[in-house]
Write a new protein. Structure first.
Length: 135
């Protein structure tokens, strides 16, 4: 489970919106194929905002902790930390996700079989105990 990049999203860097324009969506002044984070010359403790799914409004505050030398043997980008599983796509935003986290009982062992029609229900898809191993 994870996000499928199927919603409008944007980065807000130094007050300016950046992203990939889609037909019928918002447009951006800069060519996203030419914009690189290195162009912004971030220093430690500076950052920017990433908003995914402009309807559900998943806001991410991204901060530079440290600037390291590029490792040519490593594939980028790479997530170096985190906890808990990713919220399901179309889960209703941060408020609905937090509600699911509070009310969903962790399952242990066998789960009761559900009808195929209910399998797409967000509560049935979401399992707060299911964590992916680190990369």
């Amino acid at each position: 489970m994870g996000w499928a990049n199927c919603h409008l999203h944007q980065f807000i860097i130094h007050g300016k919106e950046h992203g990939v324009a889609y037909e019928g969506g918002i447009s951006f002044a800069d060519n996203p194929d030419k914009v690189r984070l290195s162009h912004f010359r971030f220093q430690p403790h500076e950052g920017f905002e990433y908003v995914y799914d402009l309807g559900d409004n998943w806001e991410h505050d991204i901060r530079v902790e440290k600037i390291l030398s590029l490792d040519p043997a490593r594939a980028y980008p790479v997530c170096i930390g985190g906890a808990q599983p990713c919220p399901p796509e179309d889960s209703g935003g941060p408020w609905r996700y937090m509600s699911l986290r509070r009310t969903r009982k962790p399952h242990r062992g066998h789960r009761k079989a559900r009808s195929p029609g209910k399998a797409k229900d967000i509560e049935d898809q979401f399992d707060p105990d299911n964590q992916l191993p680190p990369p």
